[in-house]
Write a protein that binds this ligand. Structure first.
Ligand SMILES: NC(=O)c1ccc[n+]([C@@H]2O[C@H](COP(=O)([O-])OP(=O)(O)OC[C@H]3O[C@@H](n4cnc5c(N)ncnc54)[C@H](O)[C@@H]3O)[C@@H](O)[C@H]2O)c1
Length: 425
């Protein structure tokens, strides 16, 4: 089939490359000329495992353009994968979605618009209305939300837990389902509003688990229990399961924070106070800040102290720093008067971190540091020569925000080591 994908970001590029790999002809359209030029030259603007190979392998079935008419020419399905960032109010900013809807040209054949961007419940109905107002009655609308996780997006797209297709017209849903032929996964067919809610509810469930285990970790710290053992013990219960029970310094990224806020606002706008989600969000904000308290307990005032932030991306496997805990930590440390150095194997901290010394290597960031904070669980940090790191640092405090390192080994090397939800010495 012939597909157009609007948006060449983390989701759009993976969607385009994977559909091309499934044998479809794909045109990816973006409004940022530099991005399209890079892609035409064979360069990939983001770090996502397996994406480069997929784009190269399917070069014959993939084109890139900034032009709407070229993108939709001959297409059967138009995927919308543009950003829906949070506004100041916490509601999703749908302006890019509306731009796409308004840009669609009048065609003399039926096409289907498939929404991959994460949008509030009710957006599909509003888009349908707008299309009808524009006289585009032969443009169908399907909600086909995306559940891929950055860092594993290609694998997640090709081997999803489920494919959700919400349609006003079952025939349009059939078209989108046919596109996924070759992917072995349960298909949930439903109405548009339910598909939109499945996406928001799935993310809400995941962040609830994260804030839950983080609160358990905080109580472990206060009572002497060990959250790793506790997580293992509760995760073996088949009614609970082991995933998303890793305590840490909180969730970030381009989806979890904004989508939980958007669901909270959606509920509030509909007259409902989503108390559980309010608490989940607040716990997450406080969790990031607990690192500062841990550093202060070891170092006293942070004014003039040098703290190295190890890992800047919101999680390993991506260069994405949107809403990353590293940003909050850097801001708080600078506000306390600390000198902050940082390192990440792929994320470019220079673009986002004013006043922070971004080093070329982890050891470079640790040079002369009073304390190190493990912010992202990059394998490179587990494999770091910590004995050498200790020699480079001025102090010996390591706060491991992801429980990445072996506590006994770190203490044996002479570090004052503290994880999350673990015994403190
Ligand atoms: N990042 C993820 O892992 C992920 C996972 C699931 C769902 N989502 C959702 O998918 C959507 C996209 O997320 P993302 O991370 O890929 O965003 P992104 O910011 O990486 O990419 C969005 C792209 O859309 C482009 N764009 C803006 N207006 C456009 C237009 N009119 N026509 C064509 N392109 C246009 C932007 O230039 C940008 O390149 C969001 O709604 C997000 O919540 C993201």
């Amino acid at each position: 089939m012939r597909i157009a994908v609007f948006g060449a970001g983390y989701v759009g590029l993976v969607t385009g490359a994977c559909f091309a790999d499934l044998g479809h002809d794909v045109v990816v359209r973006d409004v940022v000329h530099d991005k399209i030029d890079m892609l035409r030259r064979g360069e990939v603007p983001i770090h996502e495992e397996g994406l480069q190979e997929l784009l190269e392998r399917n070069g014959e079935r993939l084109r890139f353009t900034t032009d709407v008419t070229e993108a939709v020419e001959g297409t059967e399905v138009v995927y919308v994968a543009v950003g829906t960032p949070p506004t100041y109010s916490g509601d999703a900013d749908l302006s890019a979605v509306w731009t796409v809807v308004d840009e669609l040209p009048r065609l003399d054949r039926r096409i289907v618009v498939a929404m991959k961007s994460t949008v509030p419940v009710g957006t599909g109905r509003s888009v349908r209305h707008r299309l009808d107002e524009r006289g585009l009655h032969n443009v169908g609308y399907v909600s086909n939300p995306e559940f891929t996780a950055e860092g594993a997006a290609v694998r997640d797209f090709m081997h999803p837990d489920r494919i959700v297709i919400g349609a006003f017209d079952p025939g349009d849903g059939d078209v989108v389902e046919r596109l996924h032929a070759g992917i072995d996964a349960p298909v949930v067919r439903c109405d548009v509003a339910s598909a939109e809610m499945i996406k928001l509810a799935a993310n809400a469930a995941l962040v609830t688990r994260i804030s839950f285990i983080n609160e358990i970790a905080n109580v472990c710290e206060a009572t002497g229990a060990d959250v790793l053992t506790v997580a293992e013990g509760i995760g073996l219960d088949h009614r609970i399961g082991p995933s998303f029970l890793r305590a840490g310094i909180g969730f970030g990224g381009s989806c979890f924070p904004k989508d939980s806020l958007a669901l909270k606002q959606l509920a509030a706008n509909s007259g409902y106070n989503f108390q559980l989600l309010n608490a989940v969000i607040e716990v997450n904000e406080l969790q990031k800040r607990r690192v500062i308290g841990k550093l202060e307990r070891r170092l006293g005032s942070l004014r003039g102290k040098k703290v190295a932030l190890l890992g800047l991306a919101f999680k390993p496997g991506t260069d994405d720093m949107r809403e990353a805990p590293s940003l909050v930590l850097a801001g708080r440390l600078l506000a306390e008067g600390a000198h902050v150095s940082a390192w990440d194997p792929v994320a470019d901290g220079r673009m986002h971190l004013d006043g922070v010394d971004v080093a070329e290597s982890a050891l470079g960031a640790l040079e002369g540091a009073d304390a190190a904070v493990v912010v992202t669980e990059w394998p490179e940090l587990r494999e770091l020569d910590w004995a050498e790191a200790g020699g480079r640092m001025r102090g010996a405090v390591v706060v491991d925000g992801r429980n990445l390192l072996d506590a006994d080994e770190m203490r044996a090397l002479g570090f004052t080591y503290e994880g999350v939800g673990r015994a403190v010495e």
